[in-house]
Design a binder for this molecule. Structure first.
Ligand code: MLT
Ligand code: MN
Ligand code: ZN
Length: 304
């Protein structure tokens, strides 16, 4: 299985256009060893030609341009992206759909019923896109059951609900439903290799722990180092968990859990620009290195 990290940053990217935090300031001035990152998305394939895109970030145009495997190869209009699976309906994961409006083939979009509703009401991308190209919506399960996708059928996809919140614009923002956010197991049928992908993970419920234990590689929520990172940076009072993200450090944090996981590769994604792990010389980054936990970056390729 081939996995390409198209964007490893959280909403806003790194640096964020209006942010003057310790990290954003230093990456702009060159005062820190760190890579810039676009917003959260990956692509997965078993043959290197037919790709499943996870999330469509606002930075998708640059991300696809930087990735030759999906460039057009046959005829006047073509792409290696055969389908799109949405993890949630957040702006950083869906806005890029608008940039795919030139598609001559229908956009094959896999998402939960809750995400479909959000993208038909609060952020009506589906209705807007219909004026440019056809959209085929395929509902995905929230109970962990598996399905496959035409043209990418060596990959078996299992989707399960995660505890989270719908986006601020959603009509059910204050009324959480299973399927507002999902975690995904991607299994390559021909090799049995498994990836677990969850860029937004607030709580490691038993079914999540099980899926992570069974995976050869986990690619999970790396948004915040600390619970109070946003308030420490003087940005806002929201805690990591209020935003549906489990911080890496501290008791019950992501590192503690990953230390018990058997996966060959443990990788963080969806890293917020305030997170000290972006600084490759920081003590927090050293802690991850010692634990064998990697920090993904734009253009990273993972072969399983
Ligand atoms: C999140 O996952 O919390 C987002 O990155 C927020 C956003 O995109 O505004
Ligand atoms: Mn996000
Ligand atoms: Zn910043």
């Amino acid at each position: 299985m081939k996995i390409r990290v198209l964007g490893a940053g959280a909403g806003g990217g790194f640096p964020q256009w209006n942010c003057n935090c310790h990290n954003c300031k230093r990456v702009r001035s060159g005062a820190m060893r760190a890579k810039r990152r676009t917003q959260s998305s990956i692509a997965v394939s078993s043959d290197g030609n037919h790709w499943l895109l996870f999330n469509a970030s606002p930075d998708i145009r640059t991300q696809l341009e930087a990735f030759p495997d999906v460039h057009p190869k046959h005829g006047i209009r073509d792409s290696g992206i055969k389908a799109i699976l949405l993890i949630d309906s957040q702006i950083d994961h869906t806005t890029g759909l608008l940039m795919l409006r030139e598609s001559t083939l229908p956009l094959e979009i896999y998402c939960t019923e809750m995400v479909r509703q959000d993208l038909s009401t609060g952020f009506p991308l589906f209705g807007m896109l219909e004026h440019y190209c056809k959209v085929n919506h395929h509902p995905v399960p929230v109970d962990g059951s598996g399905f496959s996708i035409p043209l990418i059928d060596d990959l078996r996809i299992h989707t399960h609900a995660l505890k989270s919140k719908a986006p601020p614009y959603s009509p059910h923002r204050h009324d959480p439903h299973p399927g507002d956010n999902i975690g995904v197991v991607i299994e390559q049928v021909s090799t049995g290799q498994k990836l677990y992908y969850a860029p937004g993970l607030g709580e490691i419920e038993p079914h999540v722990a099980q899926a992570m234990q069974d995976a050869d590689c986990v690619l999970v929520d790396g948004t915040f180092w600390r619970h109070d990172e946003m308030s420490q940076a003087g940005i806002c009072d929201k805690l990591a968990l209020d935003m549906g993200h489990l911080p890496q450090s501290g008791e019950g944090g992501m590192i503690e859990f990953l230390n018990t996981a058997k996966a060959r590769r443990k990788i963080l994604i969806h890293i917020n620009n305030t997170n000290p792990i972006l600084d490759e010389d920081s003590p927090e980054r050293m802690t991850l290195d010692e634990a064998g936990i990697e920090v993904s970056f734009d253009g990273m390729e993972i072969n399983l």
